[in-house]
Write a protein that binds this ligand. Structure first.
Ligand code: ADP
Length: 252
């Protein structure tokens, strides 16, 4: 079994308004996996991601990293691509390198490589408003990849996209993951998306982000259009769906 690259130990998070989003959460993220946190809105998925990203601090418990340097170079993608509207696609992807003090000339090949990986090489000079929703998200993904992070955190990145675009980006993310070998933690409330992308699904529920099931998925399964129609895929969906229903007290 792969070693954990980070572990949450009995992590709790209570916000100043008194809402407890997580209570005593134990979770390992294993090297090289695509781990999906699946659960209904408000169950604490984003809070887990924000704690891992260092954007919030646990109220209790601890997060430990196998390689403490890895936490300094995370790729983070949120539902909103948050591109700078006045800057070109190239300059948006340049931003993290610019903030790290890398010159534009030196960054150029890395930016173009990241853009090529997401199919935007021909749009380097375009402005965000000239891009479709899917292309904007590709740009945000290129920006997350450009620093070559070993861990990528994705919070509902495709939730605002139409289903055709979403499927295409799911396909592309699988290919990207194969090429990069990075570890991915992906938050979604879509059972289908979690079943397609993951090597492991952690099903979460309210209240306080409790883990109600954990589904290991054979990483050797081909993740292509056929997979979406396979028995293995529908079995994963059925199990995740049952776990969600049982957690909310509905009959399975
Ligand atoms: P999810 O990502 O599963 O939709 P979140 O982690 O965003 O869930 O939220 C979990 C719970 O914590 C929800 O009840 C939400 O309203 C609450 N919450 C999240 N962020 C804050 C915050 N900054 N202040 C107060 N409550 C918050």
């Amino acid at each position: 079994m792969a070693i954990p690259c980070l572990s949450l130990h009995a992590v709790s998070k209570t916000f100043p308004n008194g809402v407890t989003a997580l209570a005593g959460l134990d979770l390992d993220v294993r090297e090289g996996e695509t781990l999906t946190l699946l659960g209904p809105s408000g169950c604490g998925k984003s809070t887990v991601l924000r704690l891992i990203a260092g954007l919030a601090k646990p109220s209790a418990g601890a997060i430990t990293w196998a390689d403490p340097m890895a936490r300094k170079n995370l790729g983070v993608v949120f539902q909103d691509p948050t591109l700078l509207p006045w800057a070109s696609v190239f300059d948006n992807v340049y931003l993290p390198l610019r903030l790290a003090g890398v010159s534009r000339a030196k960054a150029q090949p890395r930016i173009m490589e990241a853009l090529a990986r997401v199919g935007l090489a021909d749009f380097a000079n375009a402005l965000p408003r000239e891009l479709s929703g899917g292309m904007k998200m590709r740009c945000a993904i290129a920006r997350a990849l450009v620093t070559k992070p070993s861990l990528i955190l994705m919070d509902e990145p495709f939730a605002a996209l139409d289903e055709v675009t979403r499927f295409r980006l799911n396909d592309d993310l699988v290919a990207l993951k194969r090429d990069l070998g990075a570890t991915i933690v992906f938050v979604t409330h879509s059972i289908y998306e979690s079943a397609f992308l993951s090597t492991r699904i952690v099903v979460m529920s309210k209240p306080r982000g409790r883990i109600v099931d954990e589904i290991e998925i054979d990483s050797e399964l081909p993740r292509d259009a056929e997979f979406r129609l396979s028995e293995a895929f529908s079995n994963i969906c059925r199990r995740a769906s049952r776990a969600l229903r049982e957690a909310t007290g509905e009959a399975a």
